[in-house]
Design a protein around this ligand. Structure first.
Ligand code: G3P
Ligand code: CA
Length: 267
């Protein structure tokens, strides 16, 4: 079977549903998990942050304005930062109507709710720690929830979980706390700097606009902390033409809002 760590050469690159299948349902919601499931896409990416009262929630922006009705519900709470709201307050928000009326009343899920919605025997999680500098200690909090929900057992760690971030220090911390977990760095380090990343990350996950075949090969020549060659998962690729292009570069995985389009273009 395909994993982010070991793409199946016969079936093309790993395809990851970005923020869930967010071309079809509001990003980072349970509806977006369901949309990925319905498309038969096993890997789901999400973004994790922390509320004022310490609950992990799945939301991309560091404020709640774009994807919820927070300005209407809490007009006096500008700038509406995730970290300034309690979990109970965030649970009141409509995180679906902005995407389409049929998603009205969709909520911002907690990480626990998100994990419960994934099909434990089939689906896999590419968890992004979003804006880690705003949330000291969030790595430990995330690992605690993952452990409680059974996502740090040997088979999940081996096959079903990758933790990534734009914050190198955050990924280093995850690697220090749980050296067995597969990690990814979001970004495009200089080729000369790649060996230093290979000490703590298994994947280099760059924007597709920043790479070519040479860069992919330079990453894949290196071995990561688990002794396997570094992988490249690129984002956010939404057209068949771009998917075919990055497939030709030799990437290991493609992260997409329209994962079905990418799958069809790379098989
Ligand atoms: O998984 C890669 C991608 O999600 C990184 O960018 O801004 O969508 O979190 P962003
Ligand atoms: Ca993300």
């Amino acid at each position: 079977p395909q994993t982010a760590d070991a793409p199946d050469r016969r079936t093309g690159p790993v395809v990851v549903a970005h923020r869930g299948a967010s071309g079809y349902a509001p990003e980072n919601t349970l509806a977006a998990v369901d949309a990925a499931k319905a498309l038969g896409i096993d890997w789901v990416e999400n973004d994790v942050q922390r509320t004022k009262d310490g609950v992990l929630v799945v939301v991309h922006d560091t404020d709640l304005k774009r994807t919820t009705d927070v300005e209407e519900v809490f007009p006096d709470r500008a700038p509406w930062a995730v970290k300034d709201f309690t979990a109970a307050e965030i649970a009141q928000l409509d995180a679906g109507s902005w995407f389409g009326e049929r998603f009205a009343e969709t909520r911002v899920p907690t990480l626990t709710q998100f994990l419960h919605r994934l099909d434990r025997n089939r689906q896999k999680l590419l968890l992004e720690i979003k804006s880690p500098a705003s949330y000291p200690g969030i790595e430990r909090d995330i690992l605690r929830v993952l452990r409680k929900e059974g996502w740090l057992g040997p088979s999940h760690v081996r096959n079903r979980l990758v933790i990534q971030s734009f914050g190198a220090d955050s990924i280093k911390e995850v690697h220090a706390l749980r050296p067995d977990v597969t990690t990814g760095f979001l970004g495009t380090p200089e080729v000369t700097d790649l060996p230093s990343y290979a000490a703590f990350t298994d994947q280099i996950n760059p924007s597709y606009t920043t790479i070519g075949a040479d860069y992919v090969a330079a990453v894949q020549r290196l071995k990561g902390p688990h002794g396997k060659r570094l992988r490249v998962n690129t984002w956010t690729v939404d057209s068949a033409a771009d998917a075919a292009k990055v497939h030709a570069y030799g990437v290991d995985g493609i992260i997409s809002n329209y994962p079905d389009v990418v799958r069809d273009a790379t098989r």
